[in-house]
Design a protein around this ligand. Structure first.
Ligand SMILES: [Fe+2]
Length: 412
């Protein structure tokens, strides 16, 4: 364990720039903490009549017995409830089919209780219920229509700690295959109206999903922290969440019944949704979109496995081109926050960050890309469709190819 329980300062704190303008999207009304799931009954009964649509994963609620408890809470409000089981990352037909049934059932409020995919599906359905046509027509880079905005009241209840979808204004919808895509449905109005974050709902999340979703949250925090669009707002939030994630990700993975560790990771993931919305993301997410369209690799897995090589590549490039720049200071600060240690120099801190990510990649058994059907040609195709997003260095297709090849297979 890296933490020595001493208070530490962030000695490389890059300058906070109060002269930059920034915009902040609204955030959900938040119910956070152990037992907070019971607030669902009150939330669901408040906005009126009609049916409640509840999106869940295909087995979670049945397995843990939470389904009955939640069903009682929802029906206690006097509403009829229709359930939709989402088996994986949502594709357009899953959303379209659900919306059709929601319209037939006079649904007036939607909740999603599950991982990022379930929340994305429910969030997309809540906005599509008040729009016509297929969700595909509204996806960025796929369709030509634009959302006008209104949606049904939407409650996000995460059962994993990863994508931060409970705080974001987009849903990721994919279609996997040769001409596959993974694109966003996005509108300011899509931020959930309510987020209910109860760490007890996360206890049964298995270690491998806790690890990949936790690594997704860390990636989102780190990428928004070093983003060229970072602001004093996102830095303040991301700093505290990076520290929480560094102290708790191993506890959540290896001691899943530690509610405090689960709560810390849940909070870190929620914050990552806020910081990514405000500051954007970096190359790992720039790769994750096309990678998830060409292969059925889960989002958390692609992020978790690429965070190490991408961070190493960017830090090494920064030492070549801008050794005294702000970006390396930010990586050094992130290193102290995640490791809980002080370092004497930026270089020492940056290499400690790479070492920590290397350690997590190994400890969490992050899979290599070849497990999901990647080979050199598919990596070349994926790299050509990727972009560096708001990474602090410019990354060309060849750079992205090199980052991906680093995680193609063992001893590559
Ligand atoms: Fe992500």
């Amino acid at each position: 364990m890296r933490y020595n329980n001493k208070n530490y300062d962030v000695s490389f704190n890059a300058e906070l720039k109060f002269d930059d303008n920034f915009q902040v999207s609204r955030t959900p009304q938040l119910y956070f903490g152990r037992g907070s799931v019971s607030s669902l009954e009150k939330i669901v009964s408040s906005p009126g009549n009609g049916t409640a649509a509840v999106f869940t994963g295909s087995s979670f609620l049945q397995k843990t017995g939470f389904r009955d408890k939640i069903y009682r809470m929802l029906t206690g409000s006097g509403r009829k409830v229709v359930f939709f089981a989402i088996p994986g990352e949502p594709d357009p037909s899953m959303v379209d089919d659900a919306v059709e049934e929601m319209k037939r059932n006079n649904v007036t409020i939607t909740a999603a209780i599950g991982g990022g995919s379930v929340i994305d599906a429910g969030k997309a359905a809540s906005v599509m219920a008040l729009h016509s046509g297929s969700v595909r027509d509204y996806l960025e880079g796929v369709g030509t229509l634009h959302l006008k905005g209104p949606k049904l009241p939407f409650i996000a209840v995460p059962t994993t700690s990863g994508t931060g979808s409970e705080a974001t204004k987009n849903s990721v919808i994919s279609s996997v295959g040769e001409a596959g895509f993974k694109k966003s449905l996005r509108h300011e109005s899509m931020v959930p109206d309510y987020a209910v974050i109860d760490p007890e709902l996360m206890i049964s999340c298995p270690p491998e999903i806790t690890a990949s979703s936790g690594m997704d949250a860390v990636t989102q925090l780190l990428e928004s922290f070093v983003s060229v669009k970072a602001s004093v707002y996102t830095d303040s939030l991301a700093s505290a969440a990076l520290k929480a994630a560094g102290m708790n990700i191993e506890k959540a993975v290896f001691n899943g019944s530690d509610v405090a560790g689960r709560a810390a990771m849940a909070w870190a993931a929620y914050v990552s949704g806020i910081t990514l919305t405000a500051a954007g993301l970096g190359v790992v997410h720039g790769i994750a979109s096309p990678a998830g369209g060409f292969s059925a690799i889960p989002h958390g897995t692609v992020c978790g496995t690429l965070l190490l090589p991408a961070t190493k590549y960017i830090i090494n490039r920064l030492f070549e081109i801008s050794p005294d720049g702000n970006a390396l200071q930010k990586y050094a600060s992130a290193s102290e926050l995640l490791t809980g240690r002080d370092y004497k120099s930026v270089k020492e801190a940056c290499y400690a960050l790479i070492e920590l990510l290397d350690e997590w990649t190994l400890k969490f058994s992050m899979p290599y890309l070849e497990k999901y059907g990647f080979e050199e040609n598919l990596i070349r195709k994926t790299a050509a469709a990727s972009d560096g997003k708001n990474s602090p260095v410019r990354l060309e297709t060849d750079d992205i190819y090199n980052i991906m090849m680093d995680r193609l297979k063992e001893n590559n």
